[in-house]
Design a protein around this ligand. Structure first.
Ligand SMILES: [Zn+2]
Length: 98
């Protein structure tokens, strides 16, 4: 994560995603693929939670990453258009995807 830079918000205080709602969209999470030379974090959720989500852009594509602070495990979605990734981001923040 040290190679990532942030461009907005506060590193230690972002939104708190709610518990996923019944029937939420199940996101396909993959091991980190490190496809971007210079990934940039646009948004993140609050790091007081065990699971932290990041909206990441790079190379003209975007994806969502999540980390589990207890295990240090990181996972990320497939690359997608920015608009798609932003929609997924909002769904996660609404408990509609996880
Ligand atoms: Zn918090």
């Amino acid at each position: 994560m040290t190679a990532l830079t942030s461009s907005s918000g506060h590193a230690d205080h972002g939104p708190h995603p709610p518990r996923p709602r019944p029937g939420h969209q199940v996101v396909a999470w993959h091991p980190p693929m490190r496809l971007e030379a210079r990934p940039r974090i646009l948004r993140w959720t609050c790091e007081c939670r065990a699971r932290v989500y990041y909206l990441v852009v790079g190379g003209g594509r975007a994806h969502v990453r999540r980390t589990d602070r207890q295990t240090g495990a990181a996972h990320e979605t497939a690359r997608m258009r920015y608009a798609e990734a932003e929609r997924l981001w909002h769904e996660i923040l609404l408990g509609q995807a996880a």
